[in-house]
Design a protein around this ligand. Sequence first.
Ligand SMILES: [Zn+2]
Length: 170
Amino acid sequence: MKKQEMEKKLQEIMHKRNKIKYKLSKREIAELLREKGINPTSQRVEIAHFIYQKPQHISAEEVLNHLNKEYEKVSQATVYNTLRLFVEKNVVKELIFSSDRIYYDSNTTNHHHFLDLDTGKIYDIPACLIPGPELDKNELGNIEVEEINILIKGRLKTNKNNQENNEIKS
Ligand SMILES: [Zn+2]
């Protein structure tokens, strides 16, 4: 697929998603939590409301900092426990890049990621754009595959300055 087509498709999908799920009011967030079987305490609503502002990938530290700044002092344990509950109930997706790089994704649909090595920014790539690998069930033994996440690491070509810098460095 050509780059332009891909960007257009990404935009369309994001647009659709924005309308459906993001920028919900706190009352709508409370309703969403209830639907997922979670008791919507004010802290849980605050945390979900923050994560659900837009499609994003944020760390537990970012959630904690936001709450402490904008809302009230919350313990680290509360934030971690809430995020764990959200992952369990599919309110957010957990993205584990390494033991010290764990993110919480407000996009709970099946999708892949592109990590921009220049900025550290993570972009969503809809699953339909990258067909998953054909897995040989016999070779996998007793593993039951739930989902496949592909992480593409690279640099945005439009970022010309960075490219030049990298060329100088190498
Ligand atoms: Zn994502």
